[in-house]
Design a protein around this ligand. Structure first.
Ligand code: TXA
Ligand code: MG
Length: 440
């Protein structure tokens, strides 16, 4: 069931504010002091736009979009109900799902582990309520793309809308200094889901946020493209054995290397497990991470993956469809279809320098004529390679889906990647949700 955005919402003027990401602050480093305990925002002019954004977040109930290392978030003061409700109205989705909170430092986390009724002692003076099970994870993966579930004290300092009735809250300390400085200046954690319109691929640039939320929020902080490109891994270590609730920027293998997490289990469902070779009926689309175009996903195990798209799938002979191809590890250019005009592109791609990891400047190849085994066909193929390495695949995935949409693709064929390799499970989890058909 698709939910339309409320029509009566007044149209706001949306502004993108560029923030230079250097010299925004640092963790205080006194001798004997715990790492990550206190983030200090710099007095440099580069932090000025963040001060303005923080003042806005404290005064208003409209969220602000900001970059994290995973995806852009749509942030609001997690202690104020009206502000948190503003996230849901901007995204156009009902408030049925708990939101994660983002903290600037460990002092802020500890403060929110204390019930609202208790006096705020100095962090040294309060009993450390961070569960032991999480300490190796915090040590290794924070600040970074890992969200952990913590017991929510009663009464809680968090707005009830954040936890949506759960007894726990999800929290992470983002790796982005920009994000940590913004949070610190607000003086409270920011609740933030991804800053996309409900059902769309998550945004990894400020331009993506604008595409989806223009007129619905007033401020987008632009800190450049996100480095990880998929959301954080969500884990619950309070249950036994600990579980992964959502695969993300930290792989299950990395978690298993930490004491207490050797036998962490997967507690999320993936559509590949719905039954072998059970391509879902076209049209039965999971409304998640989806571009407008129909997505057909080829699992990494697809028998002819090295050659690319199978000819039956390509029922486009009479239609003049625009076909998007997203390649990862094995496919030839254009998904193995014979495409004229690609030769020049191929030469360019081959000769180019290795991509800067943070630069999502996608090169889109373009061909007008291609042929199937049965002969020539008219149509248009748009080809994007997002790299062979799992990290670069994750980084470019959402941007590639959006770019092909923007260029009018009717269908997008995507080359899958193995779940077991690094953060491949996160990539495939998102792709399986976006796909209306999966080829195994
Ligand atoms: O990378 C990310 O995590 C991004 C960036 C902006 O930080 N944020 C994000 O937030 O994806 P959100 O709220 O869209 O996703 C949080 C996930 C959801 O799958 C939610 O169900 C789960 O975490 N979650 C949050 N709190 C929970 C809780 N108390 N119990 C169970 N699951 C929870
Ligand atoms: Mg999201």
């Amino acid at each position: 069931m698709s939910r339309d955005l409320p029509r009566q919402a007044p149209k706001l003027r949306t502004q993108i504010l560029k923030v230079v990401s250097s010299d925004l602050g640092e963790f205080k480093e006194n001798v004997g002091r715990e790492k990550m305990r206190e983030w200090e925002v710099s007095q440099m002019p580069s932090a000025k736009p963040l001060r303005e954004a923080a003042d806005y977040l404290k005064a208003r109930d409209i969220p602000v979009a900001f970059p994290t290392e995973t995806v852009y978030g749509l942030g609001a003061d997690a202690t104020r109900s009206a502000a948190v409700k503003g996230i849901y109205s901007a995204k156009g989705r009902p408030s049925d799902n708990p939101l994660i909170i983002h903290v600037a430092d460990l002092d802020m986390l500890r403060h929110f582990l204390q019930p609202a009724t208790e006096q705020n002692g100095t962090p040294n003076g309060i009993h450390d309520q961070i569960p032991e099970i999480y300490k190796p994870l915090i040590e290794r993966f924070w600040p970074g793309p890992l969200t952990i579930l913590m017991p929510n004290p009663t009464p809680s300092k968090l707005a009830p809308e954040v936890t949506a009735g759960q007894k726990t809250f999800g929290v992470r300390m983002p790796a982005s200094p920009l994000a940590r400085s913004l949070i610190k200046l607000v003086g409270a954690p920011l609740a933030a889901p991804s800053a996309n319109a409900s059902t769309k691929p998550s945004p990894t640039t400020a331009a993506h946020v604008l595409e989806d939320l223009d007129g619905r929020i007033e401020l987008i902080l632009d800190g450049g493209p996100c480095q990880v490109g998929v959301e954080s891994t969500v884990v619950d270590g309070i249950c036994d054995p600990p579980v992964v609730l959502r695969p993300g920027g930290v792989s299950i293998e990395e978690l298993r290397e930490c004491p207490g997490w050797e036998s962490v289990e997967k507690a999320y469902k993936d559509h590949s497990e719905a039954g072998k070779a059970a391509p879902r009926a076209p049209g039965m689309k999971y409304k998640h991470y989806s571009p407008k175009a129909r997505v057909v996903l080829y699992e990494a195990t697809y028998p002819r993956l090295h050659e690319g798209i199978d000819q039956q799938t390509l029922e486009l002979k009479n239609s003049g469809n625009v076909v998007g191809v997203i390649r990862t590890r094995c496919w030839q250019i254009g998904g193995g279809l014979f495409c004229r005009n690609f030769k020049e592109h191929e030469r360019l791609v081959e000769s180019s320098e290795p991509k800067n990891q943070v630069d999502i400047d996608l090169e889109v190849g373009d061909a007008d004529l291609y042929k199937t085994r049965d002969g020539p066909t008219v149509g248009k193929v748009l080809d994007i390679s997002i790299g062979k390495d799992t990290r670069s695949i994750a980084q470019g995935l959402f941007a590639a889906l959006r770019e092909l949409d923007r260029r009018g693709a009717d269908v997008i064929f995507v080359e899958g990647t193995p779940d077991g390799e690094d953060i491949g499970a996160a990539v495939m989890n998102r792709l399986r949700k976006a796909a209306s058909q999966i080829k195994m």
